[in-house]
Structure formats: C-alpha cells, structure tokens
Design a protein around this ligand. Structure first.
Ligand code: ATP
Length: 235
C-alpha cells in the first residue's frame, strides 16, 4: 500500500532522512518510533505530500508520488501536531468545511455522525476555541477521517490526551482498520503502540534501523526492544 525506496531529505546541508526503505501493507497499523530529531515527522510529511523528498521514490496504492500527488492526497487522512481546525468555527462547521473541500456528498450527516463517534455531540455548535486539548484532538481526528481515507498518517496523536480521548482515538483507528484502512503512527507512547499496532519501525539519525512485529507483544517487550536498539548503539 505504501512503498518508500531510498528516500532522502536534505535541508540546507543537513540530511534529515538518509535512505529510508519502507513497505506497509494494506490494512496494517504500524508505529514509527525513534528518538527526538530522528526524522519521524519529516518522513510522515513526505508521505503526506507536504514536503518533497530530495531523492528516492514514494508510491501509495500503486500511484507514484511525483506523478500523482493530487490523486494520492484524496487517499490520505493526515493528523499533524497542530489540529488544522478553524478556531472560531464549531466542530460541525469545521467538518462541513473540510468535507466540502473533498467534494463529499451528505457532508452534514457524516459530520454529525463522526462528531458523535468521538463523543462530542453535546458540543456540536460550540466554537472550537473554547475546547480543551483533548476535545480539540477529538475534533481533529474526525476532521482527518471525514473523507474515509484509505491511509491514515498520525503524528503523535495521543500526546496530551486524557484516557477517555486516547480510548476514543484507539477505537476510531481500530474501526477504520476493520474497513481496511492502513495506519502509520509516529509515537513516543509505547503503551498505545503496543495496544493498537501490529508492527513497529524504528528511525534513528534519519535511517530505518529496525522493523519488527508487535502482534501478541506487550508494552514491556516494546520498551526493552527499543532500549536495546536505540540505546544499544544500532545505527
Ligand atoms: N525544514 C527544516 N529545515 C531544517 N531542519 C529541519 C527542518 N525540519 C526538520 N528539521 C530537522 O530535522 C531533524 C528531524 O526532525 P523531525 O521533526 O522529523 O524529527 P522527529 O523524529 O519527528 O522528532 P520529535 O520526536 O522530536 O518530533 C531535526 O533535527 C529537525 O530540527
């Protein structure tokens, strides 16, 4: 579903990504782990078509990024650090706005149903600027999936969430997975990664240094594997 080959990204004289090879199968939920500054968010931005790689190839669902950026964007739901929401709009107005941008039909109906699935029905018509971080993130999740994307790219989605909002996010990801959605999630939260991801990749100094299965593994396995890989000197 997602293929990256020899991907590099250079900014000024610094190599942020240094030859990433990655393959993600349809329907997989994969965690991207790594130390601060390793290049995780940069990789996600390249896959989200927000920044161009310096060299290398990316294809999503068989579409090559260089030739089919517009078609690829329709397949993607991207949740960055910032919410991409309009503060003075309500959740309903935000979702209707984004749904219209994707040319969707029955947008309002879909928006109301999504806002309910992230537990915010009561706040449907309240401006987002009055919301807590957890509430904003719930709306941001709904915004990222309003067009039923086939691929979800999530950048530290659990950061700052209370347990309720984290559980809602996980259940949204798992419901999307049942429909065949492929999810790539940058995270520092090993508990959430162990809970919902079946595979993890580790990025260090712009290189992919490990790729392993998480099925049936718990958070302790992930902690010790990560420590061995990252602090044990793999590069
Ligand atoms: N546009 C840019 N110009 C120059 N350097 C950049 C640019 N974007 C990112 N970097 C640098 O590239 C490196 C990787 O950044 P990136 O945000 O991808 O790391 P990360 O693994 O997501 O880190 P974190 O876990 O802290 O969010 C960092 O050293 C960052 O300062």
């Amino acid at each position: 579903m997602i293929v990256a080959r020899k991907l590099t990204k250079q900014a000024d004289d610094k190599f942020i990504l240094r030859g990433i090879d990655l393959e993600i199968n349809k329907g997989e939920t994969v965690a991207i782990l790594g130390p601060n500054g390793a290049g995780k968010s940069t990789l996600l931005k390249v896959l989200a078509t927000l920044i161009k790689p310096t060299s290398g190839l990316v294809s999503i669902k068989g579409l090559e990024m260089k030739k089919s950026q517009h078609e690829i964007r329709k397949l993607l739901g991207y949740l960055p650090h910032s919410s991409f929401l309009y503060d003075h709009f309500t959740p309903l107005e935000n979702l209707v706005f984004y749904g219209a941008a994707y040319g969707m039909d029955h947008i309002e109906e879909k928006a109301v149903s999504l806002i309910s699935s992230v537990g915010l029905s009561f706040f449907l018509n309240e401006p987002v600027k009055n919301f807590s971080r957890g509430m904003v993130q719930r709306v941001a999740i709904a915004r990222a999936i309003i067009h039923d994307p086939e691929v979800l790219l999530l950048d530290e989605p659990h950061t700052g969430l209370d347990q309720g909002a984290a559980d809602t996010l996980n259940s949204v990801i798992l419901t999307m997975k049942e429909k065949g959605t492929t999810t790539l999630m940058v995270t520092h939260d090993f508990k959430q990664a162990a809970e919902i991801c079946e595979r993890a990749v580790v990025i260090k100094n712009g290189k992919l240094i490990a790729n392993f299965c998480l099925n049936g593994k718990d958070v302790n396995f992930l902690h010790s594997k990560y420590t061995e890989l990252v602090e044990g000197g793999a590069s």
